[in-house]
Design a binder for this molecule. Structure first.
Ligand SMILES: [Zn+2]
Length: 271
């Protein structure tokens, strides 16, 4: 039932792991660029991640954000493999506390332990002349960063992409900040996008632009419907239909209503 798959693009290796073979978002990918790993996968898949990191003689971990499917093994990477873990400053703060996860997330990913990260530099030099630039990209999570390799045209996008469109959103996500992040990242040239769930996306710049266009057009439609007098529930039904098994399974943490509600929230500035 578990998923263990390998991905490859140039010198980037990926390991997709997950307990449930269900849909794209129930597995998560750890990428290795030389001896640097980006993210650590979920805690319940440690044995595969450990072997992958050891095989690649990984010497440091960079995190995109604190979520349990990305930072789930960061504590073990430190304790068992002695690896330094780097993250954004906000991720560093969040990582020090035990996460209080709802049951469906514990079931899917396991429960991560707290860890102490060091704050990333804005630009990091890797082997073979590779460079990674950290770009703060809130919206999905306040602490998220993407890593750009400008010379190769690679973007390690964390959870910025996932899909060109969506019907659901987490309660704590913010589509207005996602739009800001997408605009910011799209100012850089890149072609290959490494998504933590979708995998390797060729023509990644175009894919992110599609996502941006989708969010902007949905925002415009939602605002129009709201002005015409429809309430949030009516807008959700009109545009996305009734809630379904996904919303039920996640106890409405990930739902259509969240998506519409968050679009109608006032935009706020990034942290
Ligand atoms: Zn996430």
């Amino acid at each position: 039932m578990a998923i263990v798959e390998r991905l490859k693009h140039d010198i980037v290796d990926g390991l997709r792991v997950g307990r449930l073979r269900f849909r794209m978002n129930t597995s998560s990918i750890v990428y290795c660029v030389g001896r640097t790993a980006i993210d650590t996968g979920p805690a319940n898949q440690w044995r595969w991640v450990r072997r992958f990191l050891t095989d690649h003689r990984v010497s440091r971990i960079l995190l995109t954000h604190h979520h349990e499917d990305h930072a789930g093994n960061a504590a073990r990477c430190q304790q068992e493999l002695g690896l330094p873990v780097f993250s954004s400053a906000l991720c560093q703060t969040l990582a020090e506390k035990k996460m209080n996860l709802p049951p469906h997330r514990k079931l899917c990913w396991g429960t991560p332990e707290p860890f102490s990260a060091q704050v990333i530099d804005e630009t990091m030099t890797l082997e073979q002349g590779l460079v990674l630039r950290a770009i703060p990209c809130s919206g999905h999570a306040d602490d998220m960063v993407c890593y750009l390799e400008p010379n190769r045209g690679w973007l390690f996008a964390g959870d910025l992409y996932l899909a060109p469109n969506t019907k659901y959103m987490l309660k704590e996500e913010n589509p207005h900040l996602m739009i800001d992040s997408l605009n910011k990242v799209l100012e850089y040239p890149f072609d290959t996008l490494f998504c933590s769930h979708r995998g390797i996306v060729h023509q990644g710049h175009r894919a992110l632009k599609q996502k941006l266009d989708f969010l902007l057009s949905t925002l415009e439609t939602v605002r129009k419907l709201s002005k015409s007098g429809l309430n949030e529930q009516q807008i959700t039904r009109t545009l996305l239909g009734r809630e379904d098994w996904m919303s039920l399974l996640t106890m409405y943490h990930f739902s259509k209503q969240n998506f519409i509600n968050r679009l109608l929230d006032e935009p706020r500035k990034p942290n």
